[in-house]
Design a protein around this ligand. Structure first.
Ligand SMILES: *[C@@H]1O[C@H](CO)[C@@H](O)[C@H](O)[C@H]1NC(C)=O
Length: 271
């Protein structure tokens, strides 16, 4: 056999392997996915630009889509991430801009330098929910665990949980005073059930509330003394006319604050 012929044969024989190789590469790149769980209530789901149940569709450049940013949709499929991130999750209300996209865009470059190829956002937040509705065994808790496990099946790692919740726990005295213990329990259960004992948990200290006990919940949030739990403070960020929800620009700022907290944690993607 001439050299040319054997070469041709070799190429012909190896044809199927070429696609196998591509598959291996896809799996490899899929495994270089750093994921973030977005959980809590309306200000995490995003109400930026929503007034009288209508979203103004204004998307600042910081919140624009990017080929490396995906989100896990309600059918557990990875799709390109676009605002509103929670549109098919927090389905009973009108969603607008939240902190997720500006967070992802802000960490994109440093995360890439760290060897990660994709950012995967796992939206789980639902408006109007008290922390007890997130306790182990509840629908919301199960959903969060289920979505996180589904997200992990295609490879990759969880970078952090971003948690913005507590506005609904400012109405009753008892809820506000129980907040710290309930949040600590939630973090403990989540880490146990996901088998990620060191999972980074970044919370947002409240900017607003539905009742009079905002200060007590904020103190509870700041008082958490578990390892790898951090907070950023949303106090002072501009609110929509309802005095409850962060404006689009505030959400952009919050996303950047969360990104700063994540990048400063020094545990970039070890889970
Ligand atoms: C999720 O994404 C898949 C793939 O693009 C699509 O077929 C499905 O309808 C989406 N689910 C929802 C709830 O949007």
């Amino acid at each position: 056999m001439s050299l040319t012929l054997s070469l041709l044969l070799l190429i012909a024989i190896s044809q199927p392997c070429v696609s196998d190789l591509t598959a291996v590469n896809d799996d490899y790149w899929e495994s270089r996915k750093l994921m973030f769980i977005l959980a809590g209530q309306s200000n995490m789901a995003g109400r930026g630009g929503v007034n009288e149940n209508k979203w103004d569709h204004v998307i600042p450049t910081e919140c624009g889509p990017h080929p490396s940013i995906l989100r896990l949709n309600a059918s557990l499929q990875w799709v390109p991430a676009t605002e509103p991130l929670h549109a098919d999750i927090d389905v009973r209300r009108t969603c607008g801009v939240g902190p997720g996209m500006s967070f992802a865009n802000w960490i994109r470059e440093p995360v890439k330098e760290g060897g990660w190829r994709l950012i995967g956002l796992v939206p789980c937040a639902v408006g109007g929910t008290r922390i007890q509705e997130w306790s182990r065994g509840s629908v919301l808790y199960q959903q969060m665990i289920g979505r996180t496990k589904a997200a992990l099946t295609s490879g990759g790692k969880i970078g952090a949980v971003l948690w913005y919740q507590g506005e609904s726990d400012t109405v009753k005295h008892e809820d506000a005073y129980s907040y710290r213990a309930r949040l600590e329990k939630l973090i403990f259960d989540l880490r146990t059930d996901l088998h990620l004992p060191h999972l980074l948990f970044i919370q947002v200290a409240l900017a607003s509330g539905e009742g009079p006990y905002v200060k007590i919940v904020r103190e509870a949030q700041k008082g958490i003394r578990l390892p790898n739990v951090k907070y950023v403070d949303a106090s002072g960020l501009k609110l929509e006319r309802d005095h409850l929800h962060l404006t689009t620009q505030s959400q952009v700022q919050l996303g950047i604050m969360l990104a700063g907290s994540y990048l400063n944690s020094g545990i970039n993607g070890i889970y």
